[in-house]
Design a protein around this ligand. Structure first.
Ligand code: MG
Length: 248
């Protein structure tokens, strides 16, 4: 299927006439930043200390959900119960410290070009992250100057339900003042894709880690790119294809 056919398939499924992107709803970890390896390492260190068995790849599969949900998943498996509020606070804090002790992460190759294309095209940028870690959120302006403003950010503090629940992307559209047919979501994690798809948004899956293309398709991505560089290079044409593809 070519790109136009993928767009048509999405329009048919959603009963939309057209997608005219006014806002781009952009994930942070693994999308803007090459940060998932460090997150997985920090989670593994905390889990090992706590004798909570886990495989490193699992933290890529669970990417996008809140830290509390990840801690509860580990707890249920090992202790057969959820963690207490106190345990969640303490363990997430420790994981955050370990993340900050690792070498600094870089923007994902291609991410700055992607953002520049949205700026040039007059598409509003909204950050949609399940993270509550200020160390990265505070760096955004330095690495992506002029791209994101605090009013157009959804972090773990803004939502009750994390990804894969649609709430983060619904909040993002409310903040940007757009409907689902006026948005495009950019995600690297299956749970993030599910969240955006459940919110009704045309969702681009970008593979930037060990998750295979098929997992992104299974999660419901309208279109999948094999790297952020590939997506950044393809974005001007994708925007043009969206503008010129409509259903009767
Ligand atoms: Mg991500």
């Amino acid at each position: 299927m070519d790109e136009r056919q993928q767009i048509e398939q999405f329009l048919r499924r959603r009963h939309f006439h057209q997608v005219l992107p006014i806002a781009a709803l952009i994930d942070m970890d693994g999308t803007l930043y090459d940060s998932m390896g460090n997150h997985a390492d920090a989670w593994m260190k905390m889990a090992e200390e706590e004798h909570l068995p886990a495989r490193r790849e699992e933290f890529f599969i669970w990417e996008g959900q809140t830290g509390a949900m990840t801690i509860n998943t580990l707890f249920r498996r090992t202790h057969g119960r959820d963690a207490t509020e106190e345990e969640i606070r303490e363990l997430y804090h420790r994981k955050t410290i370990y993340f900050q002790q690792l070498p600094p992460v870089s923007p994902m190759d291609g991410a700055q070009d992607m953002v520049a294309t949205f700026i040039k095209s007059g598409v509003r940028r909204v950050l949609v992250t399940g993270s509550g870690q200020s160390s990265l959120i505070n760096r955004i302006e330095a690495d992506f100057p002029g791209a994101f403003t605090p009013e157009l950010m959804v972090t773990s503090r803004d939502v009750e339900h994390g990804k894969p629940h649609p709430e983060p992307f619904i909040r993002a559209m409310q903040k940007a003042g757009v409907r689902p047919s006026q948005a495009i979501a950019i995600e690297n994690a299956p749970l993030g894709v599910k969240s955006a798809v459940a919110a009704g948004v045309f969702t681009v899956g970008v593979v930037t880690g060990p998750i295979p293309v098929s997992d992104m398709e299974d999660a419901g991505a309208a279109i999948v790119y094999r790297s952020m560089r590939e997506f950044a290079d393809a974005l001007p044409q994708l925007l043009l294809n969206l503008l010129t593809t409509a259903m009767p």
